[in-house]
Structure formats: C-alpha cells, structure tokens
Design a protein. Structure first.
Length: 146
C-alpha cells in the first residue's frame, strides 16, 4: 500500500512513524512562528501537506498525540479528524486547549497523529424492525459499571 504525499509548502515535513510498531504517523505544524493556544482556545494548525490515499476503501483519521493530551490538555477540537479518500486539500489539525494554562505550539512540532485505516460504507436500507439481541436498546451503563 502506498500513501502519496504532496508538499504544499516547501518547509512542510513528511509524516513519519516514531517506531516500527507505531500505528500513526506524526503530523507536524507547518508554521513560521510560535502560536500560543490559550485555555479554551481553538486553532486550526496547517501541516503544509496534502495526501492521496490508496483507494476508496480507506480513510485517514487524525488523533491527538497522547503526550499533548495527557500532559498538556491539547486535544483535537473535533475529537477525531476524518480525511476522505477523495480529499486533496491541505491536511489541517484543529486543536483545542482544555487545560487551565496557555500552551505554545512551536514550528514543526508534532501536533497530531494520522492513522490510515480501512472503511466500510454500506448501502443504507430503511426497515420497519431491527433484529433482536440480548442487549436490545439498553445503553449508557446498561451492562454494569465494570
């Protein structure tokens, strides 16, 4: 499988995996100067790259970097970013600061991780009834606390 990457900015960094077992590739902030993300602030961070996924059977998913989220409260503002197989524009990362302290994003800092994964898009069919299960409509804690 091949992921094609185009630099839209000559200074952009190509996504890299940190280790041979990494599921995600690090995405880098393609910015010329530091950006301070105040508590509660949302900001769109450019990466300077566009991608071409191998086919329509996969998508790219953007996730927070665990170190930024756990240690600094820097998360993706949309939870998980979804990059469709036919999108050819710049990959940008929506970040939010959920901590009580400002956070400074430095040029070329790793700001998110991108995972390429298969997707299944079913044919949608409206029905009058759904199949029965043991769980049924129970949700939000219906299976117990543990």
């Amino acid at each position: 499988m091949e992921l094609k990457i185009k630099k839209l900015d000559p200074n952009a960094r190509i996504p890299q995996v940190a280790t041979s077992g990494s599921a995600g590739m690090d995405l880098y902030a393609c910015i010329e100067q530091s950006i301070t993300l105040a508590p509660g602030q949302l900001r769109l961070i450019p990466t300077g790259i566009a991608i071409e996924l191998p086919d329509n059977g996969c998508a790219a998913f953007l996730y927070a970097r665990s170190g930024l989220g756990v240690k600094h409260g820097i998360c993706l503002s949309n939870g998980v970013g979804v990059i469709d197989s036919d999108y050819r524009g710049e990959i940008c990362v929506g970040l939010c600061n959920v901590s009580d302290k400002p956070y400074v994003i430095e040029p070329f800092e790793r700001v998110a991780q991108m995972v390429i994964a298969p997707v299944f898009v079913p044919t949608v069919k409206e029905v009058a009834e759904l199949g029965e299960t043991d769980r049924g409509a129970g949700g939000f804690g219906s299976t117990g606390r543990s």
